[in-house]
Design a protein. Structure first.
Length: 117
């Protein structure tokens, strides 16, 4: 009768447990997030008229637009915008998530623009 043998693989200590590629991806993601925090949100004015574009917006997006308008021409960084919205924006989610959700709508409707840092 044949005897069963058990094969046991040994892992050498020199073999890394995780590859180096994910570490580089994590660093790249952290750098991208750091740059995103420094992006400026600027309220867009109609050229020559000095008025803001009138667009129907959801209440949370309108609050973001009004906050940017109150900030003036210089705009606000993402971190400063989140800080300014925190006391007034009523939501169960993090304020940063709400800003990220509405930023595409604000830019595509011509209400705001994002200037990279």
């Amino acid at each position: 009768m044949a005897k069963k043998t058990k094969i046991v693989e040994t892992v050498s200590a020199a073999t890394p447990a995780t590859p180096a590629a994910p570490a580089a991806a994590v660093e790249a993601k952290a750098e991208k997030e750091a740059r995103a925090k420094n992006d400026k949100f600027v309220r867009v004015m109609d050229q020559g008229k000095g008025k803001v574009p009138t667009v129907k917006l959801p209440p949370q997006a309108a609050l973001i637009a009004n906050t940017l308008e109150a900030a003036g021409e210089g705009g606000l960084t993402r971190a400063a915008l989140i800080e300014a919205l925190t006391p007034t924006l009523v939501t169960r989610q993090p304020v940063g998530r709400i800003v990220s959700y509405y930023q595409k709508l604000l830019v595509s409707s011509g209400v705001a623009e994002i200037v990279a840092a």
